[in-house]
Design a protein around this ligand. Structure first.
Ligand code: TNX
Length: 509
C-alpha cells in the first residue's frame, strides 16, 4: 500500500510518478489517501444493486443520480434500494467516523463497493471518485458492451478548501440553459462546488427582472459582435440552480455594479447621470460607464434586482461585481458599495465582490475575489474579508494557452496547462495566510468565446487542475505526476462528447 501524498512509495508498490501507473487509478482531484489494496476488482454486473443506508433522505438522490449515469452506459438496471438482497452491491452509507462536510471513505472489494460519509455531499464526492475508477466508457450516453471492473482500493478523502469555483461569463456572449448544464457536468465531475455566473455586463443583461423588464428584453438582446444575445427567464435560472444543486454546486449570481453596466444604462435612461440612454454596446473592450451614484432611482434599481435574484437563489451569496469602476470617483464608489452591501445584508445574503471593493467598509462575512492586485487583496483581508483566489496569470481561462491559440485574450500572459496547475491558492499572496483563503476559482470571460466548443476548448484541460488545487493536499503534488493522471481523463471527455485543447504538454494516451 502507499499513501498517494507520500513522495516515495513502499517497495514493490506503484509509485505515483511511475508512467505505468494504471489509468484506472488516475483520480482527479488527487485523493488525500489512496491505497490500492490488491486482489481482484469488483465487477459491475446486471445483478449489482445500489444500497442506501444513510439517515439523510437526500442520500437516495445522490445514489439515484449515480445509478442513472451508470445505467446509460452499462444498460444494467442498478436498482437503488434500502436493503441489499443482492450478492453484490454499491453501498451509500453513513460513516462511523466523522468525515466532515464533504469528505468520504471509499472501499472497493470484490463483493462490495462502500462509500461512507457523514454528509450526503461526501457520498456524492465519493461517487465522483468511483466514476473515475470505472472504465472511461462509463461516461458514454449510449450502452457499451464491455466488462466494468473497479480496482480494489481504499480511499480516505476530504477537500482542503471550502470554495472550489468556476465562473462563466454569460454576458459578453450568451450561453443558454443547455450549455450551462454541459459546463456544470464537466466541473461537477472534478468536485468543483461553486458556479459563479457573471449575469450582467456592458454587453448584455442576462436575467429576467420582472420589475425592470427591459433589462433582459432590450439589454439582453445583443452580445459582443452584435449577434443576437438572449437571457434566462426566472424559470431558466431556477432550472440551472436546481441542476447545479443536485451536483452539490452552489450558484453564485453576479450582477456587476456600478461599472460594466452599459446594458442596464441603455435599457433605462433614468439610471444615467444625464438621463440619456446610451446605445447598446457590442464591442469587446471594456467601456467606462457608471450608474448614477447620486440618484435614488439607482438604489431602487439595485434593491429590486438584488431582491429578485436573492429570491431565486437558495445559496447564501450575492456577487455585486464592483470591478474596474473607472468612471466613478473613489468617494462615490465607496458610498455606492456601502449602500449595496446594506441591501445584500438586509436580504440575508453574503456579499461577494471583486478585489476593488476593499476600499469600502466590508460587512462581516464578505468574500473578496482577488484577480490582479495583491495590495487590494491584502487590504481586504485587513478589513476581515476572506479571499477567493483567481490570479489572472494562472486562473483566467479566457487567456490563451500560447501564441497559437485561435481564441481568447492574452493581456495577463499565456497560461498553459502547467501554468494553470502550478500555483497554490493557500500561499500565492505573501503575507496572506491560508486561513484567510476560501479557495480558488477560475473565471472564463467570453469576449471572444462564442460557442460550446470554444468554452470546452478553453476549460479543458485546465479546469481539472484548478479542481485539484482546491481539493487536494499540497504534499506530494507535482506537475510531472499530475500530467499522467490528466492524460487519463481524455477518454472520459471523449466518451462524454466534450471537446478539449490537445496540448503538447500532456502525455495523451
Ligand atoms: C478583466 S477581471 C475583467 C473582465 C474582462 C477580463 C478579460 C475583472 C474583474 N474584469 O471584465 O472580461 O478582464 O480577461
Amino acid at each position: 500500500p502507499f499513501l498517494l501524498g507520500a513522495p516515495q512509495a513502499a517497495a514493490g508498490s506503484l509509485t505515483v510518478n511511475d508512467r505505468s501507473l494504471p489509468a484506472s487509478l488516475s483520480v482527479i482531484p488527487r485523493p488525500a489517501l489512496l491505497t490500492p489494496t490488491g486482489g481482484p476488482p469488483f465487477q459491475l454486473t446486471p445483478h449489482t444493486a445500489i444500497v442506501v443506508r444513510h439517515p439523510d433522505p437526500a442520500a437516495r438522490q445522490a445514489a439515484e443520480q449515480f445509478a442513472e449515469l451508470l445505467r446509460r452506459s452499462t444498460g444494467f438496471p442498478l436498482p437503488v434500494q434500502d436493503e441489499s438482497g443482492s450478492p453484490q452491491a454499491i453501498l451509500f452509507a453513513v460513516s462511523d467516523e466523522p468525515t466532515g462536510a464533504e469528505g468520504y471513505r471509499l472501499d472497493v472489494t470484490p463483493g462490495l463497493v462502500a462509500i461512507r460519509a457523514t454528509a450526503v455531499a461526501g457520498l456524492h464526492y465519493g461517487a465522483q471518485s468511483l466514476r473515475q475508477l470505472l472504465p472511461p466508457e462509463t461516461e458514454s450516453t449510449t450502452v457499451q458492451a464491455r466488462p466494468w471492473p473497479i480496482p480494489a482500493v481504499h480511499i480516505a478523502d476530504e477537500p482542503r478548501f471550502v470554495w472550489r469555483g468556476a465562473m462563466l461569463d454569460v454576458a459578453r456572449h450568451f450561453f443558454g440553459v443547455t450549455e450551462v448544464k454541459r459546463f456544470i457536468d464537466v466541473i461537477a465531475a472534478y468536485k468543483i462546488n461553486r458556479l459563479h455566473l457573471h449575469l450582467s455586463d456592458s454587453q448584455g443583461w442576462r436575467l429576467e427582472i420582472p420589475s425592470w423588464p427591459r433589462l433582459a428584453t432590450y439589454g439582453g438582446s445583443t452580445e459582443v459582435d452584435g449577434t443576437p444575445g438572449g437571457y434566462f427567464t426566472q424559470a431558466d435560472y431556477q432550472e440551472i440552480v436546481a441542476y447545479a444543486a443536485q451536483r452539490f454546486i452552489t450558484v453564485v449570481p453576479e450582477l456587476d455594479m456600478p461599472a460594466h453596466v452599459n446594458a442596464a444604462l441603455a435599457s433605462y435612461p433614468e439610471l444615467n447621470e444625464d438621463g440619456v440612454a446610451p446605445p447598446l454596446y457590442t464591442g469587446y473592450k471594456g467601456i467606462q460607464v457608471s450608474l448614477a451614484i447620486d440618484k435614488d432611482i439607482t438604489y431602487r434599481f439595485a434593491e429590486d434586482v438584488l431582491t429578485t435574484v436573492a429570491g431565486l437563489t437558495p445559496g447564501p451569496y450575492l456577487h455585486i461585481g464592483g470591478d474596474e469602476a473607472l468612471a466613478t470617483t473613489a468617494a462615490d464608489y465607496r458610498l455606492f458599495i456601502n449602500r449595496i452591501q446594506q441591501i445584500v445584508q438586509t436580504l440575508g445574503k453574503q456579499v461577494v465582490g471583486w478585489e476593488e471593493i476593499n476600499t469600502a467598509d466590508l460587512a462581516p462575512g464578505t468574500h473578496v475575489q482577488y484577480w490582479a492586485d495583491v495590495k487590494k487583496a491584502r487590504a481586504a483581508v485587513a478589513k476581515g474579508g476572506k479571499l477567493i483566489m483567481s490570479p489572472c496569470k494562472q486562473a483566467y481561462y479566457d487567456q490563451q494557452y500560447n501564441a497559437d491559440t485561435p481564441i481568447g485574450l492574452n493581456w495577463a500572459g499565456y497560461t498553459d496547462v502547467q501554468d494553470a496547475y502550478s500555483w497554490d491558492p493557500g500561499s500565492c499572496i505573501a503575507d496572506v495566510s491560508e486561513t484567510d483563503v476560501l479557495g480558488p476559482e477560475a473565471p472564463l470571460w467570453t469576449e471572444n468565446i462564442r460557442t460550446d466548443a470554444d468554452v470546452e476548448f478553453m476549460t479543458l484541460p485546465r479546469m481539472p487542475g484548478l479542481a485539484e488545487l482546491g481539493w487536494s493536499p499540497v504534499a506530494g503534488r507535482s506537475w510531472d505526476e499530475y500530467r499522467y493522471r490528466l492524460a487519463a481523463q481524455e477518454p472520459r471527455w471523449t466518451a462524454m462528447g466534450v471537446g478539449y485543447y490537445r496540448s503538447t504538454e500532456v502525455p495523451w494516451q
